[in-house]
Structures are given as C-alpha cells and as structure tokens.
Design a binder for this molecule. Structure first.
Ligand code: CTP
Ligand code: MG
Length: 238
C-alpha cells in the first residue's frame, strides 16, 4: 500500500464564548505555551506533510508572527481566514489544501493533547476505510430528555462514543461533501440540527460510512474554565 500525502487543517477561528475569558481560548497558556501550540507541535513532529491554520481574518498576522515564526513551525503552508460557524472554517481550510494531498486531518486547536500514536491509528484507519474519526467509549450514562427535562430515553451505553478530532478523510471525498453542504446552505436548505463536526457532513453528503478509530481520554476539548485545570494537569503529569 502506497503512502498518501497528509495535510492537517487546524481550526482556530472560534470565539471561545463558553470559556468566558478575555484572552481567546486558543491563546490561553498551558505550561507557558498557548493552547494552539500543542497540536501544531504534534503535527510538526509527525508524518503530516503540511498544515493549514484557519483563524479569524484579523488574527492571521498575529498567528504568523507569534505562533508560526516564534515556534518555527516549518510545515505551516498557509494561514487562512475562517467563517462564522465551524463548518465555514473547515470549508475555507479545504479550499487551501493542495491538489496532491491524499488525506486531510481536520483538527480542533482546542484539543492540544494529540500524539504520534493517535495520528498513526488515524492513518491506518483512513487508508483502509477512507474515513477515520477519533472516538472513545462514553464513561457516563447518557439520557435523552425533552425540553421540559423529562427523560424520554436511555440509550445502551455500549453503543455510545464521545467524538474527538482529528477527523480524517480522503481529500476529494470530504471536499465534495463540504461543497454540497455550502451549496445547500446557499439554497436555504434547513438542517435539523447544528453541524458540529465533519463526520456529520460525511454522514449526510458522503457515499461511504464513517469509521471510528481509537482516540484518547487525554484528547480533551478545552471549552470551559475547568478544562484549563485538567489541561494543565495533563501537561504536567503525562
Ligand atoms: N472553530 C472555527 N471556526 C468557527 C467556530 C469554531 O475554527 N467559526 C474552531 C474553534 O477555534 C475550535 C474548534 O473549532 O478549535 C471547536 O469549536 P469550539 O470548541 O466550539 O470552539 P469555539 O467555537 O471557539 O467555542 P464556543 O463554541 O464556546 O464559542
Ligand atoms: Mg463553537
């Protein structure tokens, strides 16, 4: 089986509203380095050949100077402007991926703790299934409730997973799926729920099933203040 070129899209165009801090969460420090630094470092040290950073229009200069240049991330090919929703940012990132890329690793910069082994698992999975989405079994019991807080269902826990990133896909398949999503949005198609990850786009517009691979319980997403405590503990003790 021949190796295919891998490109990472690192998403950092969010506003971090749930963090409620003056500094945006992608720049908050973990052991003196910004959250965004960690995933870029992991990709830089891996088999990934190039990296596209997606940020807000007015932070492109800041990222180039204070992240890419400062930490010598030589694989960062482009830093491009994202959009209003995560999926707009992904679509913008996909437009910047070079033609010869085989697999695209779409990653939330809010997940700093990815490592080489996880990336290898992603590669093995995507090369067999054309899709690969990081997941871990849920630890808690999950319930479905209605808008009044009344429980309507308790799904069998053994079928439930928390979903992480990187979410990895065949380049042209994911590009086509996103094009169709953006086209539908332009036509005014109403989605029954918010599009919060790339797998949803594949599930809706792709032609192949989405395959999960083993993520990691360390691969947390930094969303609220408490997560920074966990992040600092992970960075210190693991
Ligand atoms: N993201 C993005 N463009 C957007 C929204 C989100 O690139 N329009 C990125 C974020 O920077 C983050 C990842 O997608 O790395 C996951 O999103 P989330 O955790 O929801 O981050 P935010 O949208 O920034 O946070 P919040 O929802 O609390 O505002
Ligand atoms: Mg968000």
């Amino acid at each position: 089986m021949s190796y295919k070129k891998c490109t990472a899209i690192v998403l950092a165009a969010g506003k971090g509203k749930r963090m409620n801090s003056t500094i945006q969460k992608q720049y908050l420090p973990i052991m003196d380095k910004p959250v965004l630094y960690y995933s870029l470092k992991a990709f830089e040290e891996s088999f990934i050949e190039d990296i596209i950073i997606v940020t807000s229009e007015d932070e492109i200069g800041y990222i180039k100077e204070n992240i890419v240049k400062k930490y010598n991330f030589s694989k960062v090919l482009k830093t491009v402007a994202g959009g209003r929703e995560r999926y707009h940012s992904v679509a913008a990132g996909l437009e910047a991926v070079s033609k010869d890329t085989g697999y695209v690793f779409i990653h939330d910069s809010a997940r700093p703790f990815i490592d080489g082994k996880l990336l290898e698992r992603a590669y093995e999975t995507v090369s067999e299934y054309h899709t690969a989405v990081a997941a871990m079994p849920v630890k808690d019991t999950i319930k479905v409730a209605d808008d009044k807080g009344i429980v309507t269902d308790t799904p069998d826990r053994s079928t439930l997973y928390i979903i992480q990133t990187p979410q990895v896909f065949d380049h042209f398949m994911i590009k086509e799926a996103y094009r169709r999503l953006i086209e539908d949005e332009r036509k005014g198609v109403v989605f029954n729920r918010p599009v919060t990850d790339d797998a949803m786009v594949m599930e809706r517009y792709g032609s192949l099933p989405v395959k999960l691979y083993e993520g990691s319980y360390r691969n947390i997403k930094i969303t609220t203040k408490e997560d920074m405590l966990t992040a600092n503990a992970i960075a210190t003790y693991f």
